[in-house]
Write a protein that binds this ligand. Structure first.
Ligand SMILES: [Zn+2]
Length: 329
C-alpha cells in the first residue's frame, strides 16, 4: 500500500531546490507509487499535489501517468477537484497523442490562450476558458486528424475524450458555479441600427456610445483615451458613428465625434460612464465589468470580454471580425 503519508514524503523529497516539481521527478514519483501500491501497468495514476510543477503547468500527462496541481481549483471553479481533473485527464490523453514526446507537447502549447486544449494555461482565467470551450483550435484539430490518419491516435478515443470534456463543461455551466469567473453571456451587434444586445436584453446606448463601444470592440488590446484623437482612430469612430447617426450632415457628424474625443476629461468620460451604467442595468454591477470599457489614466482602455463571445454582423448581415483575443495580463 502507498499511504498518503508515504506519497507526501516521496513528493516532498522529489522537489527541486525551489520546492517545485520538475517533469522528470513527477513521473519518477508516479512510477514509485505504481510499484509501492503494486498497481497493474495499465492502471491510470493521477498524482494530485499542492506542490507546483517547476514550469507552472496545471497538469501534465504521459501514458497512464498524470500530474495535476491540486491547489486553488475550488477558488476559481467553486467545485471539487473531480471535474477539472476529469477534464484535464481527457485533454492530456488527446494532447499526448498529438505529438511523439512530452517535450514537443510543451513546445507546441499555445502561449496565448485561445480556448484550445493546447493552451499553456499559466493563468487561472485561461484554464477556465479552456474548460468553457472544451474545444481544439482549427490548427490543432487539423493535427489531430492527421495523427488519426497516421495511426497515432484512435478516433474513438478522441471522440470519447471530447465527449467527456463537453460533459464536464456542461456540468460546470449547469451548476453555475463559476462564481469568480462566470460564463459570459454572448454579446451581439446587429441590424440596421447596429444595436448591442446581451442574451434576452438590449444594452441601451446612444449612437455615440455605440460607436465608441464598437471601436473598443475592434481593439482588443486597448487604446489610450488620448490616442483616440489620432487621425486613423478618429476616422474609424466617425465611420462607425455615421452608420448609426440619426441626425446631421456627414460633416456635422464628424464634428460631433471630434468634440467628444477631444473633450477627454468631460464628454468622453461621461459617455464611458453612461456605457457602464447601461451594462450595469442590463447585468448587475459585478458582471458588467467584463463588458465595459475600462482602464487607468494614461494607459490603454479596453473591453475585457473574450472576443469569441462577440457576434457582430454588419447591416448586410456580414460578420465583422473583432480581431484575435489578447492574452490576459
Ligand atoms: Zn490549438
Amino acid at each position: 500500500m502507498a499511504s498518503l503519508e508515504w506519497v507526501t514524503e516521496r513528493v516532498r523529497s522529489a522537489c527541486n531546490g525551489r520546492g517545485h516539481l520538475e517533469t522528470d521527478a513527477i513521473f519518477r514519483v508516479v512510477d514509485e507509487i505504481r510499484k509501492q501500491a503494486d498497481l497493474a501497468p495499465d492502471a491510470v495514476v493521477v498524482l494530485l499535489s499542492r506542490i507546483r510543477h517547476a514550469g507552472n503547468w496545471f497538469s501534465i500527462g504521459e501514458g497512464n501517468s498524470h500530474y495535476m496541481h491540486a491547489d486553488d481549483w475550488n477558488l476559481f471553479t467553486a467545485t471539487s477537484f473531480r471535474l477539472p481533473v476529469t477534464f484535464l485527464l481527457a485533454s492530456n490523453i488527446i494532447m499526448r497523442g498529438m505529438y511523439d514526446t512530452l517535450d514537443e507537447v510543451v513546445y507546441r502549447a499555445h502561449e496565448d490562450a485561445r480556448g484550445c486544449i493546447m493552451d499553456m494555461c499559466l493563468d487561472k482565467q485561461d484554464i477556465s476558458l479552456k474548460m468553457r470551450t472544451a474545444d481544439a483550435c482549427p490548427e490543432c484539430m487539423a493535427r489531430i486528424r492527421s495523427r488519426i490518419k497516421a495511426g497515432h491516435l484512435d478516433a474513438n478515443v478522441v471522440i470519447d475524450c471530447f465527449r467527456i470534456m463537453d460533459r464536464v463543461r456542461r456540468d460546470l455551466m449547469f451548476r453555475r458555479r463559476w462564481r469568480l469567473d462566470p460564463e459570459p453571456g454572448r454579446l451581439t451587434v446587429s441590424g440596421y441600427a447596429q444595436q448591442i444586445d446581451l442574451p434576452s436584453r438590449r444594452v441601451q446606448m446612444s449612437p455615440i456610445q455605440r460607436a465608441l463601444y464598437q471601436f473598443f470592440l475592434l481593439h482588443p488590446k486597448g487604446v489610450r483615451l488620448v490616442d483616440l484623437r489620432d487621425e486613423v482612430h478618429l476616422r474609424e469612430i466617425i465611420r462607425l458613428y455615421r452608420i448609426m447617426a440619426t441626425k446631421g450632415t456627414p460633416e456635422e457628424q464628424a464634428q460631433v465625434i471630434r468634440g467628444v474625443v477631444e473633450d477627454m476629461e468631460d464628454k468622453l468620460q461621461q459617455h464611458l460612464s453612461r456605457i457602464r451604467r447601461a451594462f450595469r442595468q442590463a447585468l448587475g454591477f459585478r458582471e458588467a465589468g467584463l463588458y465595459t470599457i475600462e482602464g487607468k489614466p494614461g494607459e490603454p482602455y479596453r473591453i475585457r470580454l473574450y472576443r469569441q463571445f462577440v457576434r457582430w454582423t454588419d447591416r448586410d448581415g456580414h460578420p465583422v471580425d473583432c480581431g484575435p483575443d489578447t492574452d490576459v495580463t
